[in-house]
Design a protein around this ligand. Structure first.
Ligand code: KG4
Ligand code: ZN
Length: 341
């Protein structure tokens, strides 16, 4: 079954053609980073306008590169939420219209389930059930994944997302946007033990996170060391990163132990982080847990993961109606009892 995936929830216009929810025939991602960089973050109105310009050429390119013809597509999967409403509407309305014209079904996909399904596009996919840490610019959550379409939320951030903390700290240090990749790189040149920032575990027995405290600590450090901090940026980056990564690693491993799962998945933009990937693998060695992390290009937003999730929705008879609409916020509790829509 050939699925065209479309993703426009934030600042990437993406389209992909995926066969049987597993084999990527093409994946095109048009990034808007250059548009938003001068503002230090995503400007929603600009994002919607850029999606409108990009959606037709990006979908065209994905179909061309896949070697398939539009009339060989069996269904369209598109991100329905959560995300920026104006951005989501561009992909969602396009997908409705295109599916209607091609007379094929279309499926609204939850963006977070899309990220979770990114592990199935790689060779060694984890068996169910497994636990997943989803860490991105908008979300940081831990899930028990029972099937492709049934995920139970175990915990989430109470304030900033992990990626958001990276982005905000990069902004404070004058490193530009997005902050994750640059802090990842600079941290590699610094000493994580030179400047210690607090680890926020909240309750060590639950799976919630908080990243606003570390942001304040870094801010306070900058304010109290106005003359030195610009020479200490790699050490600040390394100290901040170690504090975030230690908590993420601790909680996802504890989640696996609590649920008796032998497999852990790391997904979302922050799963591209070199230290996080390394730390979770190191920390799980003793427990003999397997860690599944998508290739870097599948960690950030892409449409192949949306097509993969859409394939499994379709197999479970979940297709969308023309009257369905986008949603901006994460569904509470996971997606187990959402039912057909
Ligand atoms: O999943 P994603 O592409 O978009 C959202 O759904 O939010 O994640 C983007 C986030 C940004 O906050 C970015 O700074 C962060 O992922 N990120 C990283 C790295 N690469 C991207 N954070 C830490 N280390 C990285 N290497
Ligand atoms: Zn995302």
């Amino acid at each position: 079954m050939i699925i065209l995936g479309i993703e426009t929830s934030c600042d990437e216009t993406a389209a992909a053609v995926v066969s049987d929810g597993k084999t990527i025939l093409s994946s095109v991602v048009a990034s808007q980073i250059a548009v938003h960089r001068p503002y230090g973050g995503v400007v929603p109105e600009l994002a919607s306008r850029k999606h409108i310009e990009a959606i037709v050429p990006v979908v065209d390119e994905a179909i061309k590169k896949s070697g398939k013809h539009a009339n060989q597509i069996d269904a369209i999967a598109v991100t329905q939420g959560p995300g920026l409403i104006g951005s989501l509407l561009v992909g969602f309305s396009f997908a409705k219209a295109y599916a209607f014209a091609l007379k094929i079904p279309w499926i609204g996909v939850d963006h977070l389930e899309g990220h979770i399904n990114s592990v199935f596009l790689e060779n060694a996919a984890p068996p169910f059930p497994f636990v997943a840490l989803l860490a991105s610019g908008g979300h940081t959550s831990i899930y028990l994944v029972k099937s492709h379409t049934a995920v139970e939320l175990m915990g989430q951030t109470r304030d900033d997302a992990a990626g958001e903390a990276y982005d905000k700290i990069a902004k404070m240090l004058g490193l530009g946007y997005p902050g994750g990749p640059v802090i990842d790189r600079l941290a590699g040149e610094g000493n994580p033990e030179k400047i210690a920032f607090p680890r926020t575990y909240l309750n060590k027995a639950d799976f919630d996170f908080s990243f606003s405290g570390i942001k304040t600590s870094v801010k306070r450090y900058i304010q109290t060391h106005p003359d030195e901090f610009s020479k200490q940026i790699p050490d600040i980056a390394a100290g901040f990163q170690e504090s975030v990564v230690e908590v993420l690693s601790y909680k996802i491993i504890r989640a696996a132990m609590e649920k008796g799962c032998k497999h852990i998945a790391l997904v979302g933009g922050v799963a591209a982080n070199r230290r996080l990937r390394e730390k979770v693998i190191q920390d799980t060695e003793a427990q003999k847990l397997s860690v599944h992390i998508p290739s870097i290009h599948l960690c950030g937003d892409n449409a192949a993961m949306i097509a993969a999730a859409g394939y499994h929705y379709l197999k479970n008879g979940k297709v969308s109606e023309l009257t369905d609409d986008v949603y901006s916020r994460m569904k509470p509790g996971g997606t187990e009892d959402r039912g057909p829509r």
